[in-house]
Design a protein around this ligand. Structure first.
Ligand code: FNR
Length: 360
């Protein structure tokens, strides 16, 4: 595809829409129910305004940051998403190469389309494993052991999906994955077994997961453990009391509970619940560098970005992902410089204009 030099994440979304068929586009873009939470995620960032401090004397802002002992070029990573092979034939391999060249981590989905070993061999930055807990715990145990053996650096247990949210776009489209799109790290089964993500999820994932899964995971792996999908102070407090190593404030990109708050709006209560006892990441609706700075200002240590990475991948493979991540880091550096923020840890609530985000 010839590219008219995409300049923003919105440009990449337009290119991806043209490159993907309508049903694949809907699967990636869509959310649960009436998509109120999906819309709220981006709206929360759009309504927020930053308070720049001038004459800060910075030659350039420094974006590098450390998360769970790993050094990242910027407080930014790739959120776990199933089947990058739906967007591009190289799938996660292209994503991991682009992110690694940029010095940014990737959270690899349980439903990745490429084998962990191949991704680990190509990685130049940390890989974390996103864990879904299957009814058959042995499947989960083998998945974790395989990732740990390949050199993955952390586990991210997704806790907002005891069942998969109803996604009307997929229902209307009768969406099924093409035959070449299969989970490369799960047991091989009959053709078509995994083709309908909602049905497969219903049959295979444990709907009754509770807090006892945490000691079980600790018995299976010594990797740091994060919970993804925490939106309340109560759960954040319980999670840190249970000894988790990090939290991801997430509503699954508006794909699970339609009616859940925007992640930016939930961030303050989660950071209050965690009381500084573990790093806090956020995903959902991050579409520009200023959004990253906004999340840092309200208490996040880093953010993850989801759909825009698949847009880059669909538009132009590894180069497209590099383009998306490069734009975000450049925009973040610009927003930091223009607000007088020398490094990520220097961001704070004073950067956020009152009345442009909910009161504490
Ligand atoms: C996801 N997400 C997701 N989360 C997860 O824990 N495991 C998974 O396998 C997937 N799969 C997945 C597929 C697709 C196509 C999308 C769009 C999302 C959710 C993802 O990790 C993240 O929470 C959101 O995508 C973040 O929101 P944005 O950046 O897409 O707005």
């Amino acid at each position: 595809a010839s590219l008219a030099e995409p300049l923003s994440l919105a440009d990449y979304a337009d290119l991806a829409r043209a490159a993907l068929g309508p049903a694949a586009w809907d699967f990636i873009a869509g959310g649960a129910g009436e998509e109120r939470t999906l819309t709220a995620n981006t709206a929360a960032f759009e309504r927020l305004r930053l308070r720049p401090r001038v004459l800060a004397g910075l030659a350039e802002a420094e974006t590098a940051t450390e998360v769970l002992g790993g050094r990242w070029t910027a407080p930014l990573g790739v959120a776990p998403m199933a089947y990058h092979t739906l967007a591009h034939h190289e799938g996660e391999l292209a994503t991991v190469r682009a992110a690694g060249a940029a010095g940014l981590p990737v959270v690899v989905s349980t439903f990745a389309g490429r084998p962990f070993e191949e991704l680990a061999a190509a990685a130049q930055a940390p890989l974390w494993l996103q864990v879904y807990c299957f009814r058959d715990r042995e499947v989960t145990r083998r998945l974790i052991e395989r990732a740990e053996r390949a050199g993955f650096a952390a586990l991210v247990l997704t806790v907002d999906a005891p069942r998969l949210g109803r996604r009307p776009r997929d229902q209307r489209n009768g969406f099924r994955l093409p035959p070449h799109v299969v989970p490369a790290n799960l047991p091989a089964v009959a053709p078509g077994h995994y083709a309908a993500p909602a049905e497969h999820g219903r049959a295979a994932l444990d709907p009754a997961l509770d807090w006892s899964v945490l000691p079980w995971l600790r018995s299976v792996s010594r990797l740091p453990l994060l919970l993804k999908g925490v939106l309340t102070a109560e759960d954040a407090a319980r999670a840190v009391a249970s000894g988790v190593d990090g939290l991801v404030v997430s509503n699954h990109g508006g794909r699970q509970l339609d009616g859940a708050p925007a992640t930016l709006d939930a961030l303050r209560e989660v950071t209050a619940g965690a009381a500084g006892r573990c790093p806090i990441l956020l995903d959902g609706g991050v579409r520009r560098g200023a959004d990253i700075l906004a999340a840092l200002s309200l208490g996040a240590d880093a953010v993850l970005v989801g759909r825009p990475v698949l847009h880059g991948l669909a538009a132009d493979g590894q180069r497209g992902v590099a383009g998306v991540l490069g734009i975000l880091v450049d925009e973040l550096r610009e927003a930091m410089h223009l607000t007088g923020t020398p490094h990520p840890a220097a961001a704070g609530p004073w950067l956020v204009a009152p009345g442009t985000t909910p009161p504490p």
